[in-house]
Design a protein around this ligand. Structure first.
Ligand code: PLP
Length: 362
């Protein structure tokens, strides 16, 4: 632990690399020789232009996106995308497919229905409390798009491989696992991610959109709610969330230059997850809640023998410098979010604590 910081297992907003926080601190008063803070420079200045362009270029390099993809920065969080996607792409009685894998998918479905858009639930894992990812999902041939949530932050499940959408553009909420692994982007028409889980602070959502999707956006929508506005103005039709974008840029730089790309990142993430799941699998005390073949490498969810022990576990962990282990309020239990910036060292400190706690209370 450095600078009195705890090991942070929060689900979001979540841990950021210490080197990124230090760089922000160093440049906060005088950004890049401008004589101004990054939160004081104009978004129309050469300084900010460099920041946003570098964030976009690094994102494209990391994900190996070809020139058909645009990287946009939109406010309103991932939740705004739940509404923008059907608004921009579902017209004239056309229909889209959704896979329901828990809270966030369910919310995406709700936002399409509020707008009276026609959607089909292609698959759902509700029958077992959303503890797994449906297999062999078939999408309708005439669906305009197929929506999935790549990582289910609350239930701790993740699509380890993506379904074959058979030509239907996939739209994925990757809020809690974007940049955690290499991605074969070809099938995806749109990818979005609220930055505050894995790539930055709250206040901005990264949207990656394929060129052909932009042609489907009708003219009649409000400017701030259509993708074409952001794509044609490099996300600067109005004032963008400059500080959040700056932080995302630094995280992308960290991924490229310190970690060495997404293959390396995935290797580290798999290692961290394996250590934790190994504890769950070998203990009679802790019990994982996700089905083994659907487990997330980002959010590890588990229960203890009773709620009283869970409460004590979370409390004692914090006293030992391990924070954010409480499960989402909708499901209870415990959850360790081990996003990209969470180090192997942090995970080892957690497993040491878990073994100790089991010995004392098991
Ligand atoms: C946190 C989260 C959201 C909600 O994000 P906001 O930016 O708060 O709107 C949506 N989807 C997933 C998968 C999430 O983890």
């Amino acid at each position: 632990m450095k600078a009195n910081r705890i090991y942070n297992f929060n689900a979001g907003p979540a841990a950021l690399p210490l080197s990124v926080l230090e760089e922000i601190k160093d440049s906060f008063i005088n950004f890049n020789g401008s004589g101004m803070s990054i939160i004081e420079v104009s978004h129309r200045s050469k300084w900010f232009d460099k920041v946003i362009n570098d964030a976009v270029e690094r994102t494209k390099r990391l994900l190996k996106l070809d020139e058909n993809y645009h990287v946009l920065f939109i406010q309103g969080g991932a939740s705004m995308q739940f509404c923008m996607i059907p608004m921009n792409f579902l017209h004239d009685g056309k229909s889209a497919d959704y896979v329901d894998t828990g809270t966030w998918s369910t919310k995406a479905i709700k936002e399409a229905r509020i707008q009276s858009k026609q959607i089909t639930i292609a698959a759902s894992s509700e029958d077992k409390g959303f503890s797994y990812i449906p297999q062999n999902v078939k999408f309708s041939n005439n669906a305009v798009y197929a929506h999935i949530t790549s990582n289910n932050t609350i239930k701790g499940t993740q699509w380890r491989t993506f379904p074959d959408a058979n030509g239907v553009p996939l739209m994925a909420d990757m809020s809690s696992d974007i940049m955690s692994r290499p991605l074969d982007t070809e099938q995806f028409g749109l990818i979005y991610a609220g930055a505050q889980k894995n790539i930055g602070p709250a206040g901005v959502c990264m949207v990656i959109i394929r060129d052909d999707m932009l042609n489907m956006v009708p003219d009649g929508l409000p400017s701030m709610l259509k993708y074409t506005t952001y794509a044609s103005k490099n996300s600067m039709y109005n004032t963008p969330p400059c500080f959040a974008i700056y932080t995302v840029q630094l995280v992308m730089k960290w991924l490229e230059e310190t970690i060495g790309g997404l293959e390396k990142m995935e290797e580290i993430n798999l290692k961290k997850a394996k250590i934790l799941y190994n504890i769950l699998d070998t203990s009679g005390f802790y019990k994982g809640t996700a089905e083994p073949d659907s487990r997330s490498i980002m959010n590890v969810t588990f229960r203890l023998p009773n709620e009283e022990l869970e409460k004590r576990f979370i409390q004692e962990a914090l006293e030992n410098g391990l924070g954010g282990l409480k499960g989402h309020r909708s499901v209870g239990g415990c959850r360790a979010s081990i996003y990209n910036p969470t180090s192997l060292e942090a995970v080892e400190a957690l497993t040491d604590f878990m073994k100790n706690f089991e010995q004392k209370n098991g």
